[in-house]
Design a protein around this ligand. Structure first.
Ligand code: NAG
Ligand code: NAG
Length: 568
């Protein structure tokens, strides 16, 4: 409740600053798995990103901009709804923290409210909304093409992109996401086959005819099940690599080469049409880069110092440049809120078949994608430009802000009424952006790993931003990396009891834990109380979108564009 009152109060103040009737455009660009250290403006002098930089140079850098999760599905859910994923079942208790199949029934619940939907409900046709690129928030619930989680049901007039995500299997170099997660996949299946058959044969030999039928059944199952699993794994690019225009399946499996240009072409067309019809646009362009599979187009192949990963960064940056040029050509730069961010930090464990790194850099920050509360996974490169309204020329906002703030901030800019039937975790940061306020609107930010609270950020003031860790991922010796992928609970995390505390404002690389017992107990008292209050505000009865039933592949939800092996 407190949150809502706070935001409404800010709304009023904010409206004195913004010309409410100007109906600005919103161009929101989100990279996939791009790290803080992958941008030249943020210190990477060997990886040129002139276009992404330009947003910051002509506008501002949000230097402590945080995602609500260190992996895509929950992070994107929080971004669109302004709420922690724990509130709506969009985060997992188990190993898999993102949706793995187009044909599973989990997804952003239809009753959730995205910022696009709020805007459409309250302003209607003055705006046209689009989501182009990666969605990763589910598709169907119970029937094929019921589209209950589809972007079109969540406030977007237009969708062009992939309902799921890019996966290693979509490339042409023989990589597989299943093998990356479970390196002993084939061995395990072979063992199941061998053990089952041996068991069946032994029963036949021992009991002869009386158990014949059940023995044959055991043998069949132990061979068919692994065989089916292998066929499935070999066809992931067909099962999951589906490209849609609105509710129409237009390509299966998706061709990744040139996909960035196709996404920017679509966005350009959408923006041109909208402006031609005298409407304003709200566009989210979710680039499919720089997640693996890394498939740069010819123009960028071999052009960077960092292999395919670097080439993909260059191509992404070029896509951003096309969008900025378009705004200039249409003379709408001053009227457009242009924002660039990433869904989580770089994936440090990602390697190709030969063990060469295929993930990016998180600069000075420790940890990366999937590492729970670690800074490198949640502190993302973010730039914002809105000339004539927001400060310009490399203004740096170093206070803690969250991607969840985008929801209430855009609501404030457009004078939308916020919903009162749900808790919002984002805050209106407009007064911080304009320089009217100089402190973060957040006192606490909760850093989850799946459903497990790994850490809390306690923002006492600009110089004292305490980061309290209850858990950290279990790393390989001498490295800030997990073996294959980091997990959130059980034996794969390190529990800190008493908790580890850093002052992230003065010690951003987190090397000097706070030892002073007086300071520690003061911080821990505050944080314990905040966690208690936060926990009380959660609804324990919410349906998990990652339950077993919502996570598994359901054959009846499998899109297939033709009977000829689902190719088109
Ligand atoms: C945009 O605003 C700047 C001042 O910040 C002004 O110089 C420029 O002419 C404006 N551009 C357009 C197209 O109105
Ligand atoms: C620049 O980016 C590349 C690719 O992610 C990375 O390998 C390199 O370490 C980065 N350099 C710095 C200084 O962060």
């Amino acid at each position: 409740m407190f949150a809502i009152v706070f935001v409404v109060d800010d709304n009023v103040r904010c409206n004195q600053n913004v010309v409410v009737n100007s109906r600005p455009n919103f161009l929101i660009m989100v990279a996939d798995d791009m790290g803080y250290g992958d941008v030249s403006l943020l210190g990477n002098h060997s990886l040129p990103t002139p276009n992404i930089d330009r947003i910051g140079r002509e506008g501002m850098i949000l230097n402590q901009h945080l995602t609500a999760a260190s992996v895509c599905t929950p992070s994107r859910s929080a971004f669109l709804t302004g709420r922690y994923p724990i509130r709506n079942g969009m985060t997992a208790a188990g190993k898999n923290r993102v949706f793995l199949f187009v044909a599973s029934s989990g997804g952003l619940p239809p009753e959730e409210l995205t910022i696009a939907k709020l805007l459409k409900q309250q302003i209607g046709n003055e705006y046209r909304t689009a989501l182009i690129g990666k969605w990763h928030l589910g598709k169907d619930c119970s029937r094929l093409d019921d589209n209950c989680h589809h972007p079109n049901q969540h406030g977007f007039d237009y969708f062009f992109g992939i309902p799921l995500t890019n996966l290693k299997d979509f490339g042409d170099d023989g990589q597989s996401v299943v093998i990356s997660y479970y390196p002993h996949f084939y061995l395990l299946l072979t063992m199941i086959g061998l053990l089952g058959s041996t068991l069946g044969l032994m029963i036949i030999i021992r009991f002869q005819k009386s158990w014949l039928k059940s023995s044959i059944l055991i043998i069949l199952i132990s061979i068919i099940l692994p065989a089916f699993t292998v066929i499935f794994q070999k066809n992931i690019s067909i099962l999951n690599g589906v490209l849609y225009r609105n509710d129409q399946l237009i390509e299966q499996p998706i061709h990744l080469k040139g996909i960035t240009k196709r996404l920017t072409d679509e966005t350009e067309q959408f923006i041109r049409n909208t402006i031609a019809q005298n409407q304003s646009f709200f566009v989210i362009l979710n680039f499919i880069k720089v997640h693996t599979a890394l498939v740069p187009s010819e123009k960028f192949e071999g052009k960077s110092r960092y292999g395919k990963y670097g080439d993909c960064v260059l191509e992404l940056d070029d896509g951003v440049g096309r969008m900025l040029d378009l705004l200039e050509e249409l003379e709408i730069v001053n009227k457009t809120f242009t924002y660039f961010t990433s869904d989580n930090g770089a994936h440090l464990e990602e390697v190709d078949l030969n063990g060469n790194p295929e993930g990016g850099s998180n600069g000075i920050y420790r940890g990366g994608k999937g590492h729970g509360a670690m800074e490198g996974g949640i502190r993302v490169p973010t730039f914002l430009r809105w000339p004539n309204v927001l400060p310009k020329n490399l203004t740096k906002i170093s206070q803690a802000t969250s991607q969840m703030d985008i929801f209430p901030t855009i609501s404030a800019i457009l004078n939308l009424t916020l919903p009162t039937d749900r808790i919002l975790d984002g805050r209106n940061i407009f007064p911080l952006l304009t320089g009217e306020n100089h402190t973060s609107p957040h006192n606490f930010l909760f850093h989850y790993c799946g459903i497990y609270l790994h850490g809390v950020r306690y923002i006492e003031d600009n110089d004292h931003v305490w980061k309290v860790y209850f858990y950290q991922p279990k790393y390989k010796p001498q490295e800030d990396k997990c073996l294959f992928v980091c997990m959130c609970h059980g034996k794969l995390v390190v529990k800190h009891d008493p908790p580890l505390i850093y002052n992230i404002a003065q010690d951003p690389t987190e090397i000097n834990p706070i030892v002073d017992s007086k300071i520690r107990s003061k911080i821990l008292r505050k944080v314990t109380k905040a966690v208690q209050q936060h926990r009380l505000s959660l609804n324990p009865n919410i349906e998990s979108q990652f339950s077993f039933g919502n996570s598994i592949w359901k054959p009846w939800l499998q899109p297939c564009c033709s009977w000829k092996f689902c190719h088109c």
